[in-house]
Design a protein around this ligand. Structure first.
Ligand code: ADP
Length: 440
């Protein structure tokens, strides 16, 4: 309803004038002019006081206001308060609607969503999927510390370490065989948002992919061995016009065999959760790597071995040799003749040791660096093939390093060379005087 709020004073002044005139008239009639005026002014004052009191009462009691009929400043104030109250109610309704639909959306999510207090990880709210995936009890578990309900040691360790990375492949606390992943988001300065997702199907698919690659590689191995055997039996000198052809067939079948072997190694590492933890004699390992490098280089490179750390490692001798020799073989293969390859075992100031393989080869540009450990990723296809690469070497290195809780660091500058370092944590370092049972 539209009201003219521009001229409220006119009505009020008119009223004042009428009351004052009436007072004057009464004063004149009773022969007490000033008494009449005073009574009129008092009446005006009382009336204003009553109106003000009514407004304050309405505001205090928070009662629902109505649009007033009258005119004047008090009616206009009532009208203004009515409009503000109506706007407030509408805004509240809109916000409640938005909150309700947000909660409905969160409740309908297939992922478990929980709001946790950041101080004590007390549960403030959770959706229906949290009941299904984590076994939480509606209402009963509100306010309970999350870690008192989900007691898996991995979840506790994850929270203790800061939960910066998602937690993957966690058995569901429901014990139904499903696997979960968890992610913790900093929602507000006071709250965390915890999202738990059922990843059983994804992990199943990943398992199928791994099995498929392993099976295909395994199936290819036998026919390749047969082919290779026959090709070896054929002497190019017997049929000179086929000489080049035979050599190329041998080269390609060797390459295929190497790809299959690398794929099988990767499948084995994929399926492996823990490697043997034996003392690894690093003096013997460095000697073997130097011999491998010499054999590959055939005198074409300067090879230096530095043993500064003078310590041994705890891990799988076989897998570590496979990882280190991949790095050494890359350094030799990609560094032109006359270059230098340096293999160094050094202590780290932060603790632990590093094994670095540095070369003076072509280097790798920064945009390729993040991807070089991906399977079959090559900076230059032709150069990798020419040098006999399978594109799987660095993936194997990465896997082996991860299984030793280490880290692979790569520094490279185009035209100057590359440095691949495997960093091992202090727990993997052994005093060299310790007894060695299995020299590499
Ligand atoms: P490949 O069998 O092709 O060498 P890798 O997984 O061992 O596969 O390496 C991936 C890619 O990284 C290689 O194709 C090559 O382009 C690059 N690379 C690896 N090591 C070096 C190196 N020492 N110098 C230059 N490039 C390298």
């Amino acid at each position: 309803m539209a009201r003219d709020l521009r001229r409220p004073w006119q009505h009020t002044l008119l009223r004042l004038a009428v009351v004052l005139a009436a007072g004057m008239l009464v004063g004149l009639l009773i022969g007490q002019f000033w008494l009449g005026v005073t009574l009129a002014l008092l009446a005006i004052l009382v009336w204003h006081y009553v109106r003000l009191h009514r407004v304050l009462q309405r505001l205090h009691s928070r009662e629902r206001l109505h649009l007033p009929d009258g005119r004047g400043i008090w009616s206009d104030l009532d009208a203004l308060l009515f409009v503000r109250q109506r706007e407030g109610v509408r805004r509240k309704r809109r916000l409640l609607g938005a909150l309700r639909s947000f909660r409905q959306a969160a409740a309908a999510l297939p992922d478990a969503v929980l709001v946790l207090d950041r101080r004590d990880l007390g549960i403030q709210w959770f959706n229906e999927s949290a009941v299904r995936l984590l076994g939480l009890q509606p209402r009963q578990d509100i306010g309970v510390r999350f870690l008192n309900l989900v007691r898996a040691p991995r979840v506790h360790a994850w929270f203790e370490s800061g939960a910066a990375e998602p937690l993957i492949d966690l058995p569901s606390p429901q014990g139904d065989g499903s696997r979960l992943s968890m992610r913790l988001l900093e929602y507000t300065p006071e709250l965390y948002l915890l999202v738990a997702r059922d990843v059983s199907k994804l992990l199943q698919l990943e398992q199928m992919r791994q099995d498929f690659v392993a099976n295909v590689s395994h199936e290819l191995r036998t026919p390749l061995t047969v082919l290779h055997g026959y090709l070896d039996m054929l002497d190019p000198e017997d049929v000179p016009e086929w000489g080049g052809l035979l050599l190329e067939m041998r080269r390609q079948s060797l390459r295929m065999t190497q790809v299959v072997e690398d794929l099988l190694t990767l499948s084995r590492l994929d399926a492996c959760e823990r490697l043997p933890e034996d003392p690894v004699d690093m003096r013997a390992m460095l000697r073997t790597l130097a011999r491998d490098a010499d054999g590959l280089s055939n005198g074409g490179h300067t090879i230096r071995v530095v043993d500064e750390a003078k310590c041994d490692l705890l891990g799988s001798s076989k897998e570590l040799h496979s990882a280190f020799s991949n790095l050494v073989s890359n350094a030799i293969r990609y560094t032109p003749k006359g270059g230098e390859v340096r293999i160094a075992l050094q202590s780290r100031s932060e603790g632990g040791v590093s094994l670095c393989v540095q070369d003076t080869g072509p280097g790798i540009s920064a945009d390729h660096l993040p991807r070089i450990t991906e399977r079959f990723y090559r900076v230059s296809n032709s150069r990798s093939r020419e040098s006999g690469g399978t594109g799987l070497g660095l993936s194997i290195v990465k896997h082996v390093v991860q299984l030793h809780q280490g880290e692979l660091q790569v520094e490279s500058e185009v035209g100057k060379g590359s440095r691949f370092c495997v960093l091992f944590p202090p727990e993997r370092v052994l005093d060299r005087d310790a007894e060695i049972d299995n020299p590499a």
